[in-house]
Design a protein around this ligand. Sequence first.
Ligand SMILES: [Zn+2]
Length: 292
Amino acid sequence: MRTLAEFRQFRPLTVGRIEAALDADSSSYLLKGPRGCGADELLGAIAQALLGGCGGCGHCWACREVADGEHPDVLWAQGERGKAVAVEELRRVVRFASLAPVQARYRVVIIPDIDTLRLTFPVILKALEEPPTATKWLLSAALIGAELSPVASRCFTVELEAPSDDEIEERFREANVHATAALVRWTRRRLDRVSLFARLTDAERYLSTFQDLPELVRDDARWCMELVHRLTPEDLGNTGDAEEVIQCGLEILIAAHPENADWLRRATRASLSLSRHLPVQLVLAELILRAG
Ligand SMILES: [Zn+2]
């Protein structure tokens, strides 16, 4: 996890906005920014800044406890893999928020991706409206629909920027991945993609398969069908990763062949939840038909 000071190197504007927001001393903050912009990390960095008494140095006991998810005055409520936080967990959040801090000046409740709470947000609304003075709510969202405006209107909103290419390169370096121009471009400025690509063996070679699919189909359609079975790499243990890689691969294919963007998009709209191979199979089938 990075501290606010570390974030400042690449995103001074974002950190400046966060500091101004903290000066305003609101009881609840909402970080709003594009997917993969590092909102989760920033929520943690803000919790450090609020609790440490050090301004969020990243090294003291309190900062380390926050980073490790062990601080007794911090509750992270997070759904699994983009899913909404369960209602039972939200009730626990409300109880936690009503109590006095144990060690620090504040109790901090962190809920990332509140866009997933479209149906359940009323559970926390009252607590958010009338928090005890020593409770801070830190929320984040990529998109705030009209349904969630009751939550957003009770928060001090901070707009986040997406990471720059420089920041993406830096993250690749940290993950010991050689940041080629193609890899940087394919992240679409999403930090979660940096970690995803770092988990792939030879990410660039693997992902460039998608870019070259039409040529591969023209050269040898049968081999290409074989390829379908290789498109989910064995080293990707979890389904979420595989889905995200295929999604990303199809974006790469579309970007490399904009003349086919319309039908590619139609073909890829097939739900990934049905089968993680299905969109790729549909795209390949269509490519084979077109290659005639
Ligand atoms: Zn500290």
